[in-house]
Design a protein around this ligand. Structure first.
Ligand SMILES: [Zn+2]
Length: 257
């Protein structure tokens, strides 16, 4: 079994061949796909995909930091109204992104704190998006009065060994995807300091396709390339990578039977 812990399968990029793409994922052993939400607009699209592929595609709820704009309060209000109507696996993706745009920096902090509180209230893990803002994201989470109750995944981790260590101490897991296969990814050295039991697999599909598909549309079946690379880094077999990461993902998303 393989679990893709972060994908955007509702993206229009998959509208023409979503069925085929899911079949390809099943063929290589992907057993669950967790979908990260972007905003109030993507939410119904995501729930449609979940309904179409029950017990296979699971939904998270959240406002992505790049989508925090002037209307973020009304966005959050809409998202919150879904929390009691539907079952969500996690709150995500939420966080800080100072890479693309810092116009709404203050609002991004606000949205992160509010949504982290939802996770605390609902006993859900969080799926964190952090770009050029790792220290700020970590500090924001640590400063919350309920920070010790939080857990989750730092999606598409690209930080330092020290940041990884801090996150592991905070009960967070490291999400690893296609980036690990890129040439010169400093991530490989950082991973040598992270126990395999603290890692989960993810694609961020349709984005961040692994080598040899870099720059093309990504999909969950390509996780096999990430697994090969991790087996190489951890000096073990692909099977062991699958077993350990799947078990970790099921545990952290409360899906163990
Ligand atoms: Zn994402």
């Amino acid at each position: 079994m393989i679990i893709d812990t972060h994908a955007h399968l509702y993206d229009t990029d998959f509208d023409s061949d979503r069925d085929l793409m899911i079949n390809r994922a099943k063929k290589v052993g992907v057993s669950h796909i967790f979908m990260a939400n972007i905003d109030a607009e993507s939410l119904p699209l995501m729930l449609d995909v979940q309904n179409k592929y029950p017990n296979y595609c699971y939904s998270m709820l959240g406002l992505h930091p790049c989508h925090v704009k002037d209307d973020y309060n009304s966005q959050l209000e809409i998202l919150y109204s879904y929390l009691n109507k539907h079952q969500f696996l996690a709150i995500g993706e939420i966080g800080l992104d100072f890479f693309h745009d810092i116009t709404y920096q203050k609002e991004q902090y606000q949205a992160l704190k509010i949504q982290a509180e939802w996770a605390f209230e609902q006993h859900l893990p969080i799926n964190i998006h952090s770009r050029k803002a790792n220290d700020e994201t970590i500090k924001t989470l640590q400063d919350l009065p309920f920070s010790k109750e939080l857990n989750g995944i730092f999606h598409c981790f690209s930080g330092t060994a020290q940041q990884a260590k801090t996150l592991l101490n905070m009960n967070f897991l490291i999400g690893i995807g296609g980036v690990v296969t890129f040439k010169n990814a400093g991530l490989v050295d950082v991973l040598k300091t992270v126990p395999l039991s603290q890692i989960v697999l993810e694609t961020d599909a349709p984005f961040l396709a692994p080598a040899p598909f870099r720059g093309k549309r990504n999909e969950s079946a390509y996780l096999t390339y990430v697994i090969e690379k991790l087996a190489d880094i951890y000096q073990t077999t692909p099977l062991e990578i699958k077993n350990i990461t799947t078990n970790t993902a099921l545990k952290s998303f409360n899906l163990l039977p």
